[in-house]
Design a protein around this ligand. Structure first.
Ligand code: FES
Length: 102
């Protein structure tokens, strides 16, 4: 079981727990504001964009090529950007903190 903290665009911190599926699915299940997952997780909408907090960078993994291509079109992109539909929920990301890109 991994604990993940989302920081919404209103600066609300919401910690949720999950053990499988994508981080986008976990966010949508928990009604995290600003994570819509419009494309259903196939990396073609960027409505699941977050900025990984710097202290969690070691756990975030690398964005894949399709993800980077998608992020290129998002105004809010920066070095901390990931699409949550491309992050698998597992113990490996326990404690990660991500900020909704908005
Ligand atoms: S849910 Fe569409 S890109 Fe992640």
């Amino acid at each position: 079981m991994a604990k993940i903290t989302f920081i919404t665009t209103d600066n609300e911190r919401i910690t949720v727990e999950g053990s499988s599926g994508s981080l986008m699915e976990l966010a949508v299940e928990n009604n995290i504001k600003g994570i819509d997952g419009d494309c259903g997780g196939v990396c073609s909408c960027a409505t699941c964009h977050v900025h990984v907090e710097p202290e969690s960078m070691v756990k975030k993994g690398q964005a894949n090529e399709t993800e980077n291509d998608m992020l290129e079109f998002d105004d809010q992109v920066n070095e901390f950007s990931r699409l949550t539909c491309q992050i698998e929920v597992s113990d490996a990301i326990d404690g990660i903190i991500v900020k909704v890109a908005g």
